[in-house]
Every structure is written in structure tokens, then in C-alpha cells.
Design a binder for this molecule. Structure first.
Ligand SMILES: O=C(CO)COP(=O)(O)O
Length: 334
């Protein structure tokens, strides 16, 4: 309890101080949290186990880096890798082939560590049932790329949250930048869809946020992500937060081959976790998984995942090849 309360008081006091930039507050908060938590942890380990270092097993403790999170010392957020197939492939035959290759890769070659990564694929609606059938026994979950703003009625062409849940879909992706930019989805629309998903027991949501290139250049990353998170999660209770994964996808990195550096991703994820902390408190925010998305491939996933607040990846193009996607999942193991 004291582990949360004492640094929490420091951070609360810091947040009220005028004349200090947000960046300085975050850095100071980070130093306070890291020092305090490390001191407490080491004391406990020395008391309980003289060779206490062997007890340190979580993602964030195995590979301490210069970018150590101010929040993550005590959490072990399960990595989550998702494949967003977008409007691909062209036919059920191709989809089925990809699913069968994924099934083979995941059924035959999984070590216990590899099984500890949550894996989800998001095929287009017509391939969802096939995905659910073919992936049975593989441990790979299936998600839908969108749902309607309504649950039933005269809405030609729409597919609802209850419909996808009724066939066994585990996740819905909401707020992808392509839906925001091309289909004009507002934060209010996304929030409404999110509540319709939460009304379906067992259905989880990946909520995508991220700034455009212009916004990034104008140093608006923090404010854009903050607003998208606050509006997207409006009215979501703390108990439902565990059903939500956040995906940070800078628009300038999507499909461009221009991946964010691990440090850029860490900064953005820290911004997002700060907003979540402000909305839900430190403990709840600490347990939310935040994925990075945008030009992730088997070569760059490892360095991205080494960042303390990068808990997974949302993969577009590279998820359409079973081998590349499998290697990305393997690269997520730390
Ligand atoms: O939009 C994305 C995932 O949702 C990212 O796409 P790419 O991995 O192709 O850049």
C-alpha cells in the first residue's frame, strides 16, 4: 500500500506545482518512483531471499534500460501482438491459407515463453468464421476491425457488436486512423461503439490513437493523444478498463516503412499512461497494455518491445505473411 501511496503523494504535489514544464514534472516523478520502488523492492528481496536478484522475473525488470518506466516496476503486463489485415486478402482461399500457416506455426513451435504472448488477428468480416474455425487450438484469438454504431435495425451494410460476439470474436478494434480519416469517425462515434462493445460480456477492445505527421511536427503529439484517450474512454468505468488495450499508432508511421524509434514510442506511451493515470489512478493505469503500431516488422519489434511502456504491437502489412507475423510474436518475448 505504502508503495503506491507515498510516491503517489509526491506525484500529486508535483502535478499541482506551477511554473514547471510537464516534461520536468514527468522526469522528476519518474526519478521519485524509480528510486522509491527500487529501494522498497531491494529491501524486501534482501529480507526474504539473500540471493533476491533471481526473484526478479517481470518484463520490466529483466531488461532495465535508460528509459525505465515510472510506473511499470511492479506490473507484468502480458505482451499482446495483433495483426490488422485491413482490406486483405482478396479471397477466402487466400485467407484460409494464411490462417492454416499461422495455425501450424503456433501449434507446433510454441515454448512456454512464447505462449505467454497474447496473439490476435483481425481479418475482414467475411473471413471471421473461417478464422475462428481454422485457428481453433492454436491459442490465437480473433478480432473484428469495426462494428456499427447501432446494435440492430434498418442499417444496411452494418455489422454489430452483438453479432461479432455471438460468433465467438474476442476483440473489436476501434478508432483506427484509417476509420477516423477516411470514414470520418469522430471520438464521439468511437466512444459510442466502445460502450456497445463493453455491453457484450467477454468482448475486449483495442482503442487506437495517434497523431498525424503535421501534428507531430507541431509538437501536438501529447495533446492529440490525450484528447483521443479522454474522449474515447469517456464514461468507461475503472472495472471495464481491463477489457481495453490502447494502440498508439502515429499516422506518419502507418504503411510508410517509417517506424517510430523505440524512444519516440516510449515517450508517446508515457503520455498515454499519464492520461490514464489522471483518469483512473496509478494502479489501474499501470495495468493497461499499450501497443505500438506503424511499420512494425520482425527486425524492429525487439527494440520497440524493449521499452518499458511498449507492451505489444499492432501490425499491418507484416501480419499478412505467416512467417513474418510469427517472427514478430517471437520478437515480443523478453
Ligand atoms: O495500421 C497499422 C496497424 O493497424 C499499421 O500498419 P503497417 O504495419 O502496415 O504500417
Amino acid at each position: 500500500m505504502a508503495v503506491e501511496i507515498i510516491p503517489g503523494i509526491f506525484i500529486l504535489v508535483l502535478s499541482k506545482l506551477e511554473g514547471i514544464t510537464q516534461q520536468k514534472k514527468r522526469v522528476t516523478a519518474s526519478v521519485i518512483m524509480n528510486s522509491f520502488c527500487t529501494a522498497v523492492l531491494l529491501s524486501i528481496l534482501l529480507l526474504v531471499h539473500p540471493a533476491g536478484a533471481f526473484v526478479l522475473q517481470g518484463k520490466n525488470l529483466q531488461r532495465p534500460t535508460d528509459h525505465q518506466s515510472s510506473f511499470a516496476l511492479f506490473s507484468a503486463r502480458r505482451p499482446v501482438i495483433a495483426g490488422n489485415w485491413k482490406l486483405n486478402p482478396k479471397s477466402i482461399a487466400e485467407a484460409s491459407q494464411l490462417l492454416k500457416l499461422l495455425h501450424a506455426n503456433f501449434v507446433n513451435h510454441r515454448t512456454p515463453a512464447q505462449l505467454d504472448v497474447e496473439v490476435v488477428v483481425f481479418p475482414p468480416f467475411p473471413f471471421l468464421l473461417e478464422a475462428l474455425l481454422v485457428l481453433q487450438g492454436s491459442g490465437i484469438k480473433v478480432g473484428a476491425q469495426n462494428v456499427a454504431l447501432q446494435t440492430s435495425g434498418a442499417y444496411t451494410g452494418e455489422v454489430s457488436a452483438p453479432m461479432v460476439r455471438s460468433i465467438g470474436v474476442d476483440y473489436v478494434m476501434l478508432g483506427h486512423s484509417e476509420r477516423r480519416a477516411i470514414f470520418g469517425e469522430s471520438d464521439a462515434d468511437i466512444n459510442k461503439k466502445l460502450h456497445l462493445c463493453l455491453a457484450e460480456p467477454g468482448l475486449g477492445v483495442i482503442l487506437c490513437v495517434g497523431e498525424t505527421e503535421d501534428e507531430y511536427e507541431s509538437k501536438l503529439l501529447a495533446s492529440v493523444c490525450d484528447v483521443q484517450i479522454r474522449k474515447g474512454l469517456k464514461g468507461v468505468s475503472i472495472s471495464d478498463l481491463s477489457r481495453i488495450i490502447i494502440a498508439y499508432e502515429p499516422v506518419w508511421a502507418i504503411g510508410t516503412g517509417k517506424v517510430a524509434t523505440p524512444e519516440q514510442a516510449q515517450v508517446a506511451h508515457t503520455v498515454i499512461r499519464n492520461t490514464l493515470t489522471d483518469m483512473y489512478g496509478y494502479q489501474a493505469a499501470d495495468s493497461v497494455r499499450i501497443q505500438y503500431g506503424g511499420s512494425v516488422n520482425p527486425e524492429n519489434v525487439d527494440s520497440l518491445m524493449s521499452m518499458p511502456d511498449v507492451d505489444g504491437a499492432l501490425v499491418g502489412g507484416a501480419s499478412l505473411t505467416a512467417d513474418a507475423f510469427t517472427r514478430i510474436v517471437d520478437g515480443a518475448i523478453h
